[in-house]
Structures are given as structure tokens and as C-alpha cells.
Design a binder for this molecule. Structure first.
Ligand SMILES: NC(=O)c1ccc[n+]([C@@H]2O[C@H](COP(=O)([O-])OP(=O)(O)OC[C@H]3O[C@@H](n4cnc5c(N)ncnc54)[C@H](OP(=O)(O)O)[C@@H]3O)[C@@H](O)[C@H]2O)c1
Length: 244
């Protein structure tokens, strides 16, 4: 299969949480900078061309649960995918039924600017696709009822030239890709902090019924001590189906 190299890059607390009060401690802040610099800093380690997030992560960080302004009478859009722009960095959001209320086709994460690509399924209607086109937001369609992961990542390579893709959370999306054998590597920054909350999401999750709790093994490749007592661990994932 002709897909990008996919690495999952995440920051967690000592107890494996991807959100929470621990992030506001000095150790959490230090780990946050380590996390950013590895992927997006002056000398990025992976040199990826895009990062992929779940719908909830996008709503939490960029679209803030706004409802999209839809015109139910919009003229029918052409069938298939829509590549509005080719650039060097893409933010790709899985949004199967078209819920995200974008207002712009670009976003800025710290000092990284990216063009937005939506990954839709057949559940997203004409009005939502017309809304994306009006904003100049690219989209690909991968699957009818269920997300077709393989098709999604193949299209990201074919249509946008993404050779290396960061899988950037949350836990539901991460586990979906790992269970599908579509994640080659895990890059994990663990902050030297925890808050013990039982309400925050973890690094991987079967929530939503997209996946099962089938165990996966990881092969440690490297371990480094970083700022604020954080550690950077790199694992290869044993069930990954290799891209070309
Ligand atoms: N610490 C870090 O490094 C880090 C990184 C990223 C995110 N986060 C945090 O993680 C939290 C969100 O994580 P989360 O696990 O709750 O949610 P998530 O993975 O961001 O999003 C889950 C949603 O994405 C869609 N989705 C995911 N997998 C799918 C699949 N296999 N098939 C179809 N749709 C799929 C579904 O959208 P629909 O509901 O629309 O169907 C699903 O409800 C946020 O608070 C975010 O800020 C932390």
C-alpha cells in the first residue's frame, strides 16, 4: 500500500493522560516545549508534512464546538475529493459526518501555519462540502458509513504529497490507527507530573466503539532525558503494515 510513514507523537502525564491540570505545572510546561520542538521546532526530528487529529481534538483546540453555517440549498458540489491548495504543511482532521465549524482554511499552532484538510465519509452531506469549498478548505472522502483508514492515508500521499504524517491524537484516533496497523512509530514525551483525574482522556482509548482492546506490543528504540525531568521515548509498533 502506498501510504505515508506514520508516527504518533504525544505528550502525557506520568499516568498516561493527554489532558489535565498536570499540563499547568512547571514540569508540564517544560514537557510541552519538548513535545513541540521535537515535531515543529527549529530542527524537527521527523520533518513531517502534515498532522492528523480526531474531531474532538480539533474542536478543543481550533474550532471550539462552533456549528458550521450550512446552506441546505447549496448547488450540488462535484463528486469526489477537493484539493483547494498544495503547500508544505497540512492540518488534517478526521470529521466523519462533517461537524466542525471552521471559519478559515488555515490555522496556526504556536508558530506553525498549516492548510486545513478534512477527512469525511459518505455521511457528510452536500451542504457541508459546499461550506468547506466556500472557505477554501480541502477535503477527502474515505469510506461510506465507516472511516476507511487505508484510503484516507493513501489519498493524503497521492493528492497532497504527504510522505510523513504525524498522528496527533486524541486517544480515540490514535488507537484506531494503531489497531488498523497504520502507525509505524510512537514518539512519547512523558512529563514529570500527574494530577490523578479520572475524567481526562488517556493516550489510547477504545471509546466510541471504533476499536477493541486487542493488545499491541511496542519495541523500544530510544529513551532520552529531556527538560523538566521529562523523558522522550521512541517505540516501533509491531503490528504496523508497512507503506511503500
Ligand atoms: N497531550 C497531547 O499530546 C494531545 C494531543 C492531541 C489531543 N489531545 C487532547 O485529547 C483530547 C481528545 O481526545 P479524544 O480521544 O477524546 O478524541 P479524538 O480522538 O480527538 O476524537 C474522537 C472523534 O474523532 C472521530 N474519530 C476518531 N476515530 C475515528 C474512527 N476510527 N472512525 C470514525 N471517526 C473517528 C469521531 O468523531 P465524531 O464524534 O464526529 O464521529 C470521534 O468521536 C482533547 O482534549 C485534546 O486536546 C492531547
Amino acid at each position: 500500500m502506498n501510504r505515508p510513514y506514520i508516527f504518533c507523537h504525544m505528550m502525557t502525564s506520568i499516568d498516561g493522560k493527554i489532558m489535565g491540570n498536570y499540563m499547568r505545572t512547571p514540569e508540564g510546561n517544560a514537557a510541552g516545549s519538548v513535545f513541540y520542538d521535537i515535531a515543529f521546532g527549529k530542527k524537527p526530528y521527523y520533518r513531517h508534512q502534515g498532522w492528523l487529529s480526531g474531531r474532538v481534538t480539533t474542536d478543543d483546540n481550533f474550532t471550539f464546538y462552533k456549528k458550521p453555517k450550512l446552506d441546505e440549498n447549496a448547488p450540488a458540489v462535484p463528486d469526489g475529493d477537493y484539493a483547494a491548495e498544495k503547500t508544505g504543511m497540512y492540518y488534517v482532521s478526521v470529521d466523519p459526518s462533517g461537524k466542525l465549524g471552521w471559519t478559515n482554511n488555515k490555522l496556526t499552532y504556536v508558530d506553525t501555519t498549516a492548510h486545513v484538510i478534512e477527512v469525511l465519509t459518505g455521511k457528510a452531506g452536500n451542504a457541508y462540502k459546499a461550506f468547506l469549498r466556500n472557505l477554501g478548505i480541502s477535503y477527502i472522502i474515505a469510506g461510506e458509513e465507516q472511516l476507511d483508514y487505508e484510503r484516507a492515508v493513501e489519498k493524503l500521499k497521492e493528492l497532497f504529497g504527504i510522505e510523513t504524517l504525524m498522528l496527533g491524537g486524541g486517544g480515540v484516533l490514535n488507537w484506531s490507527f494503531i489497531q488498523a496497523g497504520l502507525c509505524d512509530e510512537l514518539s512519547l514525551v512523558i512529563a514529570a507530573a500527574a494530577d490523578g483525574s479520572d475524567e481526562t482522556p488517556a493516550l489510547f482509548s477504545t471509546r466510541g466503539g471504533f476499536t477493541q482492546d486487542k493488545a499491541v506490543s511496542f519495541r523500544l528504540r530510544d529513551a532520552q532525558i529531556k527538560d523538566g525531568g521529562s523523558v522522550w521515548l521512541r517505540y516501533l509498533i509491531d503490528n504496523a503494515e508497512k507503506g511503500e
